[in-house]
Design a protein around this ligand. Structure first.
Ligand SMILES: CC(C)(COP(=O)(O)OP(=O)(O)OC[C@H]1O[C@@H](n2cnc3c(N)ncnc32)[C@H](O)[C@@H]1OP(=O)(O)O)[C@@H](O)C(=O)NCCC(=O)NCCS
Length: 393
């Protein structure tokens, strides 16, 4: 069977708001509403594509319970979209939105579908991490339970790979610096769909920028912050991704369908890999996946123009950068997270896999227009890394 080419027509996201019942800008916006905002923007920006022409909508969310329970189907129907378009929810922790994208690409490449939407969504305040979690007894026998929480895995990675607190803080400083520069210079304008939220005082606020981004970080103050995951640890709130809420979506199509509709495109999906690793050092997933991706595609790492590596924690992102040699061993970087990473932009778990592909498309186009390839990758709780490579057509 001859595989088809799958091109990215468009990608949008909401801003990432703090997931906080009083201080979060999306405190009164539900996850189906952030998803609806990105769908609406995709159809408004691409009027030649009608909702009824979409074969399937695949939505990743890390915690498919409560108001995120089968949010893929329920949000689509709730906001008036056609019943005949299939819509579903996929979940493998933080990579969920990227898994949705990989599944969508595969459906297009095999010819099962012509037009797909891949999305990711999470609201970590309304559906907290680990909501309704019950570990299987045998899992608890296999692993020491205190090695499993995400922050604890970051501490273990920092110790195993000698990632100092100072290097983590330096990465956080640069993440905010790049995110602030990208925000204030309007670089996110093409990807952020404004959504009406509420400010601290409860007044209406059009949320069109990521809430957590800081103009600068104070290294002296940061060095005094407590380490919540381990008394003598190195990981702090400043070097962790914050609890956030948001949605992102990508419109993907077979190249022939895009040509038939007269739509333009610059990048196509090249390859996606998923690889399991030790759940107690789950943050090393991107290192394993980048190696596998390069090996499977035969692409040299020198030919990768930009990398979006989700900063679940500075410790794991730095360890992955150093293990793969994909960039310099310390920030500032030349390829990784040029517009900032999750430490500054936020990490609404299941949203991030789709969000970093949306951002990668824009970073490549604006910062590395001559580059042939880009990689987006993230780690996943319980040891599920995922990575995709996109290619300029
Ligand atoms: C690290 C973590 C425990 C901190 O949570 P928290 O104690 O609720 O703290 P917050 O993030 O709300 O931050 C606490 C305070 O420190 C402040 N703070 C955070 N980073 C800061 C920085 N770099 N400089 C100064 N202050 C900072 C915050 O503004 C907040 O103060 P405020 O409420 O007055 O604004 C939480 O963010 C976390 O668990 N992150 C990881 C999430 C995760 O595991 N994701 C999955 C990855 S695989």
């Amino acid at each position: 069977m001859q595989l088809k080419e799958c091109v990215f027509i468009d990608g949008v996201r909401t801003a990432n708001a703090r997931a906080h019942a009083e201080k979060g800008w999306f405190k009164q916006v539900k996850p189906d509403q952030t998803l609806a905002a990105v769908y609406k923007a995709l159809f408004e920006r691409n009027p030649k594509v009608k909702p009824e022409d979409v074969d399937t909508v695949i939505v990743g969310t890390a915690n498919p319970s409560g108001m995120q329970n089968d949010i893929g189907r329920l949000a689509w129907l709730a906001h008036g979209y056609p019943e005949r378009t299939a819509s579903q929810t996929v979940s493998n922790q933080c990579p969920s939105g990227m898994t949705a994208t990989i599944n969508a690409a595969r459906a297009i490449m095999t010819g099962e579908a012509d037009i797909m939407i891949a999305a990711g969504v999470e609201d970590m305040e309304k559906v907290p991490m680990g909501a309704n979690m019950a570990f299987p007894d045998k899992f608890m026998e296999r692993y020491y339970i205190l090695d499993i929480p995400m922050g604890n895995t970051a501490e273990k990675v920092a110790a195993l790979y000698n990632i100092s607190r100072a290097d983590q803080e330096n990465m956080a400083v640069h993440s905010h610096k790049c995110a602030y520069a990208a925000t204030t210079s309007g670089k996110f304008k093409n990807e952020i769909v404004p959504v009406m939220g509420k400010d601290d005082a409860g007044n209406d606020l059009l949320v069109d920028k990521d809430q957590w981004v800081r103009e600068s970080l104070d290294p002296a103050q940061m060095a005094t912050m407590k380490t919540p995951f381990k008394p003598d640890g190195t990981v702090t709130a400043a070097t962790s991704s914050p609890l956030t809420a948001g949605a992102a979506a990508l419109l993907m199509m077979s190249r022939e369908k895009a040509d038939e509709l007269g739509l333009s495109y610059t990048y196509k999906y090249k390859f996606g890999v998923q690889e399991g690793n030790d759940p107690t050092i789950m943050g090393m997933g991107p290192a394993v996946c980048i190696d596998k991706l390069l090996k499977k595609t035969g692409v040299n790492k020198e030919d990768i123009g930009a990398v979006e590596m989700n900063e679940a924690f500075a410790a794991q992102a730095l360890a992955c950068i150093r293990e793969t040699g994909i960039d310099k061993p310390n920030a500032p970087f030349e390829k990784v997270n040029l517009w900032g990473g999750a430490i500054a932009l936020g990490h609404p778990l299941g949203e991030s896999g789709a969000r970093i592909i949306v951002t990668l498309l824009n970073v490549l186009k604006n910062e590395k227009p001559d580059a042939k390839y880009g990689i987006a990758t993230l780690c996943g709780g319980f040891g599920n890394g995922v990575a995709v490579m996109i290619e300029k057509v």
